[in-house]
Design a protein around this ligand. Sequence first.
Ligand SMILES: [Fe+2]
Length: 422
Amino acid sequence: MAYWFENPVLKALVPLALSSAMKGLNTVIKVPTIYAGFNVLPEGPVIGPSTMGSIAPRCPRKRAFIVTDSFNEANAKRVSSFLESNGFSAIIWPKTIPEVPMRNALECGAAMRDFEPDLIAAVGGGSVMDMAKAAWILYERPDISDLAIISPLDPLNLRQKAILVAIPTTSGTGSECTGAAVLTDEEAHRKVPIANLELIPDVAILCPEFTVSMPPQLTAGTGLDVLAHAMDAVTTPASNEFTEPLALKAIEMVFKWLPVAYRDGEDREARHRMMLAATLAGIAFGMSGCHLTHSLGHALGSVFKVHHGLAVGFFIPHTLQFCSQVTDRHLLICRSLGLPAPDPASGLSNLVRSVGDLLQALGVSGDLRGFGIGEEEFRNNLPTLARYAHEDVDSYFCPRPPTKEQCERIFLYAYYGKDIDF
Ligand SMILES: [Fe+2]
């Protein structure tokens, strides 16, 4: 299969388009209309702004296709009755498979074409939102059959048939505010990221009640995904004056509220704050990209089936250390967290220690052995891990794009729990 990110012209153009000089010529700031809080899905009369006010005028046929998975059927039913109480006819498609294999996206796209909705609602975590975006493309553009070739520069001309509403049930991916979707090419065991500004949902509905039932390990994993997005969004050269404060605020909120939500999932305030943090980080990295945490984490996840958030969160310290050779932007994070940073090196070690303490508090191992990966299995897969991380599109956004050899060394250091010193 041909992937858009292997095209050498695009490989050269995408980082150029994100350089601060080019962004100075034309920075695009695109966010959905966001509703957040405990009364965002009211079924009775509403005084003041209401979620439906942003949806109904754009959906004259009132046909809603709700994409979800088997874990979120109850939440999807809640959304369905909200829509039905406002005159929609709705169907629930609950067949999203985690990590969204391509054939699963084709199946969803075909069901969508049969129903002909003018509203697509994604109710679930990252995979469900990724699925809704992929199926939306297939529904709007029946001429596209290979999603892997769509590049950020291709006009898709979406919204001729339907709008997209994202209703996350985890606080992690930020996909409700990004134009990114990650699918899986099962034959090649590869993650296939699709990125296009047109994929940014029209409306994001943040209902913290949906996240209360997340078990502690999922709370930790999704919360660490937020932290990885935000940390990378600060340190990437593609950050700008809009993304930086959002990412810094998200980092501050994760340090404060993630341990609370992890210890007590019923803590409504912590759930609410984590949902906001995920969205803040989503807007930030959606505009500026995330980098090495995700290149390394995607590779680990592809080869050893580690949860996305745990994988990318694990690599935050290594990423900070590796990038500190070329940037001192981690000092911004130290300042925002109130960590002493009399010089870049001390700031780095204080920040890495704080992230390490957080990982430990969330029960995440400090080395890859703790993920249950045997030494022989790890060594056998090391070249593949390094190749995947090196080729990952997120490496484009890294302040210090690693070579394949450097990726291999980082994985080796990570396996044995060593600090990155090169
Ligand atoms: Fe992520």
